[in-house]
Write a protein that binds this ligand. Structure first.
Ligand code: ZN
Length: 203
């Protein structure tokens, strides 16, 4: 999640001490347990105030996160998938968007971006343009980009993307995690590792 407040000296006016909750900040990815922020409450049946959510200030990046007490969920949530170094700028932008969508529980759009990236990688690595998603995954497989014993992964990813463009299929969390894991491994092998090696060679 972009750090929108980094350019300001932030103050949380009239904030109070609230019960602390440990979570990973969706902006700066630090593990935090803040206790400063605001309560969001509503009236209970007896007219008493019931706290429904807490707004926390991250002590590192100062951005606000909302913790919903009934659901025990923090928004923005934490990213899924590893950080990959050495990505070209356009791939980095889309990969970040894919992970941000995941953290905001937009699993369908997260997977759509992941599939777009997988197809882009295949074309960049020599596949023909205008093929089906399954063909691109086959190409990556037969061209040696999938590690040994990766057949189950290939079958799973092929199946997950095997929908026509006009079909609407809502994607779930678990499948999205698998697609991002697959994508991040490919990004690691294709961009990060070769770059690391060429840095060593120069020195
Ligand atoms: Zn933070």
């Amino acid at each position: 999640m972009k750090n929108y407040l980094s350019k300001y000296a932030i103050k949380y006016n009239n904030s109070e001490h609230i019960p602390s909750t440990p979570f990973t900040c969706g902006y700066c990815k630090n593990l935090i347990a803040p206790d400063l922020g605001y309560r969001i409450s509503s009236s209970g049946q007896a007219g008493n105030q019931i706290t429904r959510a807490l707004i926390y200030m991250c002590p590192y990046c100062k951005n606000p996160s909302i913790y919903y007490l009934d659901e025990k969920e923090v928004v923005p949530g934490s990213f899924f998938g590893r950080e990959v170094k050495g990505l070209p700028e356009n791939i980095q932008t889309l990969y970040d968007e894919c992970r941000i969508n995941y953290s905001n529980k937009c699993y369908t759009s997260s997977q759509m971006i992941a599939r777009t990236l997988l197809m882009h990688i295949a074309v960049e690595q020599g596949a023909k343009e205008g093929e089906t998603f399954a063909k691109y995954i086959d190409y990556l497989n037969t061209s040696g980009f999938i590690p040994p014993n990766g057949k189950k992964w290939v079958d799973f990813i092929r199946k997950s993307g095997n929908v026509a463009n006009h079909e609407i299929i809502i994607k779930e969390k678990e499948e999205t995690e698998k697609v991002i894991t697959f994508l991040s491994s490919l990004l690691l092998f294709i961009y990060e590792l070769p770059n690391e090696m060429s840095v060593d060679e120069k020195s």
